[in-house]
Design a protein around this ligand. Structure first.
Ligand code: SAM
Length: 201
């Protein structure tokens, strides 16, 4: 489990405390009262703070491998359940969350496939997963179209339905959001055949 070191966490946290990108992903998630949300790779906590304003705060959880970020977010949103952990080994029971998102974090994970499998494990039936990364032409700190296709294929193999890739603009930034849903009941399986090419938002 890597994560940012203490100095990098402080510097990054200073610049991203109120990330417009993260807030736009939380808006995109369309949270409702009663949602139990998890932010994976929460950084300085913009998503956690914003979600706590929009839902009952007891329903907001977050993980980050950086203890510096975790301390920062615990101070910022004391009601949230914030833990030191990586996506690959989430310290939560199966089916704990109705909405999980991860913003600009997946490209840092030690093991993307294991991380995605653990996110799916902790989703409740009918729960939604949003993976957001900067859209790139070449591999780097974000996601290319080819990498997005590999992620959608993996999510389908993990049993996720309604898997689709959405392009979203936030200022000058082009964001790719990969959305998917955990089947709620037997009837939802039909949605697995939905197209997964990029769509405009
Ligand atoms: C570019 S920052 C994004 C932070 C935050 N999501 C935001 O949008 O401001 C990437 C974050 O991913 C975290 N990270 C690195 N490895 C991780 C892993 N294996 N699992 C979860 N998060 C990880 C880092 O510690 C860092 O907080």
């Amino acid at each position: 489990m890597a994560g940012f070191g203490a100095v990098a966490s402080r510097v990054y946290g200073f610049f991203t405390r109120n990330s417009r990108t993260t807030r736009s992903v939380v808006d995109h998630a369309g949270l409702e009262a009663g949602d139990r949300v998890l932010d994976v790779g929460c950084g300085a906590g913009s998503g956690v703070a914003y979600a706590a304003e929009r839902t009952r705060a007891s329903s907001v959880a977050a993980v980050d491998p950086s203890p510096t970020f975790v301390e920062m977010v615990r101070r910022r949103v004391p009601e949230a359940d914030v833990r030191v952990a990586g996506a690959e080994e989430l310290p939560f029971d199966d089916g704990s969350f109705t909405v999980i998102w991860s913003v600009a974090s997946m490209h840092h994970w030690d093991d993307r496939d294991r991380g995605l499998a653990d996110l799916v494990r902790t989703l409740a039936p009918g729960g939604r997963l949003l993976i957001a990364e900067k859209a790139l032409k070449r591999p780097g700190h974000g996601i290319t179209e080819q990498q997005a296709r590999a992620v959608t294929a993996l999510l389908k193999r993990l049993g996720q339905v309604e898997v689709r890739t959405v392009g979203k603009r936030v200022g000058a930034l082009r964001l790719t959001i990969i959305e998917s849903t955990r089947p709620g009941d037997a009837g939802d399986g039909a949605a697995a055949a939905a197209p997964d090419g990029p769509t405009a938002d």
